[in-house]
Ligand binder design. Sequence first.
Ligand code: AMP
Length: 354
Amino acid sequence: MRVGVLGGGQLARMLALAGHPLGITCTVLDPATDACAGAVAELIVGAYDSVDGLDRLARSSDVVTFEFESVPAASAERLAGHVAVQPPPAALEVAQDRLHEKRLFAELGIETAPFRAIGSQAELDGGPLPAVLKTRRLGYDGKGQRVLRDAADAEGAFAALGELPLILEGLVEFDRELSIVAVRAAGGEVACYPLVENHHREGILRITHAPAPDAGAALQALAERYARLVLERLEYVGVLALELFQVGDRLLANEMAPRVHNSGHWTIEGAETSQFENHLRAVCGLPLGTPELRMPCTMVNLIGAAPATAELAAVTRAHVHLYGKAPRPGRKVGHVTVTRGGDWEAAAALADAV
Ligand code: AMP
């Protein structure tokens, strides 16, 4: 099978690596000549809305998938006119707009923070506060949002976020942040990975503990029920991640990612079948592999720049993944997964020291 991927970053790179043993070859489309998936997959250099690039990708692929959700709707449509596209473009559209996403959750009976659409400063002035104000589209890694604790914070906030369509969400006093990665096959089979616990810094995922310590069977079942509801409603094929806030024994859905997800990188070592392999299996119409836990692990993201490889490799039970990307502040340049019995704190200290 030939899989096309829109986007040639680390997610596409890890998809391509997972494809090799299965005889699945990936071709990626990315505007950057040095896109890091290019080292392990055929790279078509072109804009995400270039007709030529999209048509070349479609011709090189039996099915096309995505490594990010901000795919121009016209590009998804053009691809769908020539080749199978999975997950379905409708899922991307929902995930591109935080308001549509929250409305879908609400419709499905999935609990969220209270939310409402904001289209002007006047609409914002009514509160309620405290809240988080976010741009509806194109926000990621904490960008395009601000916490409003009182009326003074709300003043001028609409202009400060660029006078764009916004969503105001109640500020959740969560116990911790969790996520669940789930996958649906073309025939409807669903597999869910264990809940994981995520720690962010400056809006960027830094550490994932898998499985989430002391999550318990009831919380896992609730997360799986939520994931299944979304997957089934969207007639989804592929991997989907659901980001959740835990409040006691409740889970509030924050957002979904219609793709393989950073909080699922641990599955390469820690699960029987990685999220990358299962995404490929799903979009290629193959049976899913079991998502069962092989062993607990902790994933540490390398952000901005990577420590010396020799130092990382010296950490007990550390599995080092470097993406081949040039250092840049805030950029994810690699990750390290430390399996059970290893010293993840040492890996985290190295990541922090660069
Ligand atoms: P997001 O871009 O929606 O993933 O938000 C980035 C981070 O901001 C989340 O990981 C949370 O730590 C925090 N956050 C987002 N929305 C809320 C909320 N409604 N209440 C509390 N914290 C939030």
